[in-house]
Design a protein around this ligand. Structure first.
Ligand SMILES: Cc1cc2nc3c(=O)[nH]c(=O)nc-3n(C[C@H](O)[C@H](O)[C@H](O)COP(=O)(O)OP(=O)(O)OC[C@H]3O[C@@H](n4cnc5c(N)ncnc54)[C@H](O)[C@@H]3O)c2cc1C
Length: 493
């Protein structure tokens, strides 16, 4: 058993920004994470971070673009906090050592991404922004006397009693179950990409956050909104990694195998239309059996500008001198999640959620590109500040191990295929019930809701599959309940 002031679940940008700020105020933090320090979506992020720092920009324009991309389903106050605090937060991050790409005069370079009305996205290492940001945060949190990392040790369940969270249960790679008691517990364990067959996400991202929070009785929100990225490098039906939107921002065109531009006449912003619009169009062509490519011939010095994308392409045999990258959509980002405020507060005392795991409403029905690394940085700091101002004592509480055993689990690939078919890019009103019934058929002991498992009789792989089933069911139910299409939720007959 371990006692710690704050327990943070996950080690992406949201987790480490929160940990770094808490440690600066001498608060002891334990970070438990499913993989290694860089196993996260944060480390994979390419395009950059949106922030109104250029001379022609201001946070009100960023605010307007965020609402427009989110189909005005956003929480306006959360958006205002995010975009108005962004410049100061990014300048602080630079002060803490982070370097962004600059021109010869030392001025920040601003890239363009979909649905932004001007160039607003700062980046690092060309298209390696997430990796550079994580390397900096790891440098700032490593060897810190207030921060302890526990790697390859996923959280299994929260310890919650009478509306108060007391910590969590984890299991390390030797199979040992650990109990952590914490004054405050922060869920920063990311989204749900791994529920789908093609995803841009890291392999550790399989919907644990919402499954764990749901079992603890925590409110969830907007789960039906799953963002698909239109352009994953895809060869013979296999998806291999993201081709950043910044590539389209730099002038790449989406074409079919006849060389025709597929976004012509679909949306006035063509290739730079909001992500859901582009993803649906690419998917529609893909379903017809057409091959879709990004034509990059208009981009000079492609390899220099996009070293990460070039590396992914070349390692999978794409000859960039032909200027064509084969693409198809993949699950990318979850706008929904654990209902939380901008300071990470959930409806359970002592439990916080931040980053992609949380739903503050900031992204509405569709996230504006490059707003999520920003969310991790800004709301991570706000969450830390709230915990600093409102510390709770570390107390022990009983965790009653469930007796439920999952004997009959489907494979991960079976879950992924069903999710794509029934709650993928396009959902059919008459069909969402069938996936709910299918997922329900795996609930142990005929319980009506997904209960916790007996972790003494379940290994981490089974616990992960069970979380995928739980998260999948919650998303399917939310999708079935929202009858009309909006943003990333496309519902047809
Ligand atoms: C390929 C790609 C490119 C992207 N590009 C951009 C971009 O350019 N700009 C932008 O703003 N956004 C981008 N995004 C989105 C952005 O990267 C993520 O939304 C953001 O990094 C999420 O940060 P996070 O800290 O909330 O979660 P993550 O970075 O995903 O971290 C979650 C952490 O929780 C851990 N974890 C999972 N389950 C458990 C568990 N049960 N117990 C303990 N730990 C657990 C994971 O291993 C991981 O360490 C991109 C995403 C991808 C996948």
């Amino acid at each position: 058993m371990t006692k710690t002031d704050v327990l943070i679940i996950g080690s992406g940008i949201a987790a480490l920004s929160t940990a770094y700020r808490l440690a600066r105020y001498n608060i002891n933090v334990t970070v438990v994470t499913k993989g290694g320090k860089k196993d996260s979506n944060s480390a994979l992020a390419q395009g950059g971070i949106s922030v109104a720092l250029s001379q022609e920009d201001n946070w009100r324009l960023h605010y307007r673009d965020t609402l427009m991309a989110g189909c005005y389903l956003n929480d306006e106050k959360a958006v205002e906090r995010l975009v108005s605090l962004a410049p100061r937060t990014l300048l602080d991050f630079m002060g803490a050592g982070m370097d962004f790409d600059r021109n010869k005069k030392g001025e920040l370079l601003f890239g363009r991404e979909a649905a932004h009305s001007l160039n607003r996205v700062i980046h690092a290492g060309g298209d390696a922004t997430g990796l550079k940001a994580m390397e900096q945060l790891i440098k700032n949190t490593d060897n810190n006397e207030h921060i302890t990392f526990r790697l390859y040790e996923p959280a299994l369940d929260l310890i919650v009693k009478d509306g108060r969270c007391y910590g969590a249960l984890t299991r390390d790679r030797d199979g040992v179950i650990h109990t952590y008691y914490a004054g405050s517990t922060v869920i920063a364990s990311g989204g749900i990409g791994g529920l789908y067959p093609a995803t841009t996400n890291d392999k550790t991202i399989t919907g644990d956050s919402i499954a764990i929070a749901y079992r603890a009785g925590c409110k969830l929100k907007n789960l039906e909104f799953v963002q698909f990225h239109p352009t994953m490098l895809t060869i013979e039906g296999h998806a291999y990694g993201l081709v950043s939107e910044a590539v389209r921002g730099a002038g790449a065109l989406l074409i079919n195998d006849k060389g025709e531009r597929i976004m012509e006449g679909v949306h006035p912003m063509k290739e730079l239309a909001p992500r859901d619009v582009v993803a649906r169009e690419v998917y529609a062509h893909y379903l017809k059996g057409e091959k879709i490519y990004l034509n990059i011939s208009a981009i000079s010095d492609f390899k220099q500008k996009f070293p990460t994308v070039s590396g992914i392409c070349e390692s999978h045999g794409v000859d960039l001198s032909e200027n064509l990258i084969p693409v198809a959509p993949g699950a990318h980002f979850h706008m929904g999640g654990i209902k939380a405020t901008s300071e990470g507060r959930t409806d359970i005392k002592g439990l916080y959620a931040v980053g992609e795991a949380a739903c503050t409403g900031v992204h509405g029905a569709n996230r504006l590109a490059s707003n999520s690394l920003l969310e991790g940085l800004v709301f991570g700091s706000l969450t830390a500040d709230y915990i600093i101002d409102n510390p709770l004592p570390v107390q022990e509480a009983d965790y009653a191990m469930s007796k439920a055993v999952a004997e009959n689990l489907p494979t991960k690939d079976e879950i992924r295929r069903k999710m794509m078919e029934f709650v993928g890019i396009v959902r059919h009103r008459s069909e969402t019930d069938s996936i709910i019934k299918w997922l329900d058929s795996f609930i142990p002991q005929g319980e009506k809701n997904f209960v916790s498992l007996d972790y003494n009789k379940t290994d981490n792989e089974q616990a992960e599959i069970y979380n995928m089933l739980t998260a999948g069911r919650l998303i399917a139910v939310a999708a079935a309940e929202r009858k009309d299409s909006i943003g990333a939720h496309c519902m047809v007959e």
